[in-house]
Ligand binder design. Structure first.
Ligand code: FES
Length: 171
């Protein structure tokens, strides 16, 4: 039998409800897991989550559109979020932002053509005394300089290449 992407998403969400339960409180952790795995939360995923948790799909959509860490559009494998709040601004955020845009060839809010990187702004990450600060997925980098931007991006590319070659060996 042909297993479609939608079947796979449904099956994954069903498994997640075994871990997190089917109460409304399971909504956030399930959304985070789906976002992590698929880099987005599709309409099908939202519908399935709503069905399994017995809540209205509009409520799921409301949560997805409220939290900027959740997205209904595809994003890059590495989401780089640079803090734009006052302390980081005073510590050189603008130079870091320029370097990120130059190195990746996209502006904030955009994803690179190879689907590897998305650039986004974030509000205070709680690292104000060590700014400029940014997140790559859930990893924090502090005291970021334009030079460090280059290392961070190279690190992401290396880890992706390793991941790809590992997958190849498995098959
Ligand atoms: S202002 Fe950037 S981490 Fe707080």
């Amino acid at each position: 039998m042909l297993v479609t992407e939608s079947d796979k998403i449904r099956e994954d969400i069903r498994k997640l409800t075994e871990t997190y339960g089917r109460d409304r409180s399971a909504l956030m952790p399930i959304l985070q897991e789906v976002q992590k795995k698929y880099c987005r939360i599709s309409d099908i995923a939202m519908q399935e989550i709503a069905d399994l948790l017995s809540i209205h799909p509009v409520e799921v959509y409301g949560v997805v559109s409220f939290y900027s860490f959740l997205d209904d559009k595809p994003k890059g494998r590495f989401i780089i979020r640079l803090c734009r709040t006052i302390s980081c601004t005073m510590q050189g955020k603008a130079r870091v932002a320029k370097q990120l845009e130059n190195d990746l060839g996209v502006l904030f809010g955009q994803t690179t053509a190879d689907g590897l990187f998305t650039l986004e702004w974030a509000n205070c990450l709680g690292m104000c005394d060590q700014g400029p600060a940014l997140l790559v997925n859930d990893q924090v980098f502090t005291q970021v300089t334009p030079d460090k931007v280059h290392d961070i991006i190279e690190g992401c590319r290396r880890s992706f290449a390793q991941h790809v070659s590992q997958k190849r060996e498995e098959h």
